[in-house]
Write a protein of this length. Structure first.
Lengths: 174, 452
């Protein structure tokens, strides 16, 4: 069988939300596609909260701490310069660079965690081969049942999607 | 209907749907032919870019002596331009990050091009300190790297902080802008054909609009906004510390960080209007960038302008309150010294004329606002020049007092940076969607929910 799954096309965000909720209660691990972020859709599909905030925090902490450590090491250990007896470890003056590097570390970690958790970049994916899928970035809403889901069974999935009364149902080739 | 929904209705005029709004915005990139006006502007600003490049070549060959800089006025136009440009950039971050966190929906149709403005303005800002270095090929000495000389940057110097601040600002602004662009690049990929489709497809990284991707995108975008918010305040504070840490009359004052951040937002919002008003007219975007948007931006101008006026007053007050002869003398020099015309023109442009914004009719009139935004841009540039020149030329050693007189090269570099900024912006409006399609669709969705 050379089919990755079935894709149902809906006209509105509300219909997609209803279908996504129904799919979850029917035990499917469905995927939903929409042209914008729909309130409540991740909850309807049971998508867990990601750990992007934790990674961002870690990135910021590492960035800030590393920058502070670098300034301390270079000013105190590697090249101490005695300027009229002023302290080598002049910590207030190390704050601006540490702060900027903290922000940079956090931002880099946030973007990296976003790419990893959103599965980007990934230029090839079965859904791109489905007919009319380019409307997912325009004004249509799609629900996909696919064979990577252990609960998926080809004919039953097709029948179940038809019961949701989509505009149409197309196959997603593998 | 909730108040938020009524607010959204004012921000979006006309019967827009998910498809039509996306088509409208992407057509500017994909379908609209290059008109003669765009081509003319592109060629003229392109000549300006070439002029700037040639001037840079001459500068590197001859040294900074081709400018009017001297001892004690070593900073001249280059640093004033740098501060002016970086300040302009800040409004873009403020609109995209701070207003996002404050749930101001009116940011939606102006945040994308304001972020582009930020990137290009910050690029111009980053250029001037490099040009000003004298020996720009040693710019990497600002970086901490384990060199054979065993030397490190001077961590106690605001100039080093500045380098880190502006570099971080450029990087984070770019990330924020790019992450926001990814869904729109996918929209363009799905509508374009041929080589454009491949190009947009590669930059869209294979975005599919899957629910999980949207959820992660929203989260990462909010986090980036949360990081950009303190960043934007810190960057201009650090820029102001370049001045405030130095023991120079007029510079050495604790008011500088907030005073600079305010001025940055003021000039930045003025530049947003300078760009938005022609854009909405040329590309017929009046129903997306509405008069409500102009009105709101004008109110921000009014507020930041008032804070800035307080800054000017506090500066003068503190000079006299300090009792220091040089502080007082410097302030008097500003009033009737060699740069008095700069000072008074600045006050006229930044404080007097913008009082017109108290009238609602002015705030909602595109022509008036455009004129006012140009006046404020000029006023803010004069402010940066005034701060640099008046203090440096009247230092603590009267025998060293000397005026700065700009040469033709000073003006060429200023105009060259303006042309380069405009050139980059012209490229941007034809290569990328200048309004966020995905976020506009959310506005459409909210309105559909609100209307029964």
């Amino acid at each position: 069988m050379n089919r990755w799954g079935w894709m149902a096309e809906f006209e509105s965000a509300e219909q997609l939300l209803a279908a996504a909720r129904a799919a979850r209660s029917a035990g499917y691990a469905a995927q939903a596609y929409a042209p914008f972020a729909i309130d409540g859709l991740p909850e309807a599909l049971g998508i867990q909260r990601s750990r992007i905030p934790a990674f961002t925090f870690a990135g910021a902490a590492v960035g800030g701490a590393a920058a502070y450590a670098m300034q301390w090491a270079s000013a105190v250990l590697l090249r101490p310069i005695n300027v009229g007896g002023r302290p080598l470890h002049s910590w207030p003056m190390f704050i601006p660079v540490s702060f900027e590097m903290m922000i940079l570390g956090g931002a880099l970690a946030a973007v990296l965690a976003f790419f990893v958790s959103a599965g980007l970049p990934r230029l090839r994916h079965p859904v791109f081969a489905a007919e009319d899928f380019e409307l997912a970035s325009r004004h249509r809403f799609f629900l996909v049942l696919h064979r990577d889901d252990p609960h998926y069974e080809d004919r039953a999935a097709a029948r179940w999607l038809d019961e949701r009364r989509p505009l149409r149902r197309v196959e997603v080739p593998a | 209907m909730s108040t938020a929904a009524t607010e959204d209705a004012r921000l979006l005029h006309g019967p827009w749907g998910y498809a039509s709004i996306g088509d409208k915005i992407s057509a500017i990139v994909l379908e609209r032919p290059l008109g003669w006006r765009w081509l003319l502007a592109f060629v003229l600003t392109g000549l300006g870019v070439l002029g700037l490049l040639a001037a840079m070549g001459w500068l590197f060959a001859q040294g900074v002596g081709i400018w009017g800089v001297n001892v004690p006025v070593g900073w001249g136009f280059a640093i004033a331009n740098c501060v002016w440009w970086i300040g302009i950039g800040h409004a873009g971050t403020f609109i995209s990050a701070v207003l996002l966190l404050l749930r101001q929906h009116w940011r939606t149709s102006i945040n994308r091009f304001a972020e582009a403005m930020t990137l290009f303005a910050a690029t111009m800002a980053g250029l001037f300190p490099l040009l000003h270095l004298g020996r720009p090929w040693f710019v990497y000495w600002l970086l901490p790297y384990p060199d054979t000389m065993g030397l490190w940057p001077q961590w106690r110097s605001p100039l080093v902080w500045d380098f880190f601040a502006i570099a971080t600002y450029l990087a984070v602004s770019f990330l924020f802008w790019y992450v926001g662009l990814i869904p729109d690049l996918a929209t363009l990929r799905d509508r374009a054909r041929g080589a454009k489709r491949v190009a947009f497809g590669l930059f869209a990284l294979g975005w599919r609009g899957e629910a999980r991707q949207w959820a992660r995108h929203e989260q990462a975008y909010l986090l980036l906004a949360g990081l950009a918010t303190p960043l934007v305040v810190s960057v201009h504070s650090v820029v102001s510390l370049d001045f405030a840490i130095g023991n120079t009359p007029g510079f050495h004052s604790t008011i500088f960080p907030p005073y600079f951040v305010c001025g940055a937002l003021y000039s930045g919002f003025a530049m947003v209007l300078t760009l938005a008003i022609p854009l909405r007219r040329v590309f017929s975007l009046e129903s997306l960038i509405t008069k409500t948007h102009l009105d709101n931006a004008a109110k921000v101008l009014l507020a930041t302008g008032a804070l800035l006026a307080y800054g000017y007053a506090a500066e003068a007050f503190c000079a006299f309150y300090s009792g220091d002869a040089f502080e007082i003398g410097m302030q008097q020099q500003r009033w009737h010294g060699p740069y008095a015309s700069v000072y008074w023109t600045m006050l006229t442009c930044n404080v007097l004329v913008p009082q017109l914004l108290w009238w609602r009719r002015v705030r909602r009139h595109a022509g008036w606002l455009f004129g006012l935004s140009l006046v404020i841009n000029l006023g803010m540039w004069l402010e940066r020049v005034m701060i640099v020149l008046s203090s440096l030329s009247r230092d603590y050693v009267p025998s060293a007092w000397r005026d700065f007189i700009p040469t033709a090269w000073d003006w060429i570099f200023l105009l060259g940076s303006l042309a380069t900024f405009a050139w980059l912006f012209l490229l941007f409006v034809r290569l990328l969607p200048l309004i966020s399609i995905a976020e506009m669709r959310e506005l459409v969705a909210h309105r559909t929910e609100a209307a029964p």
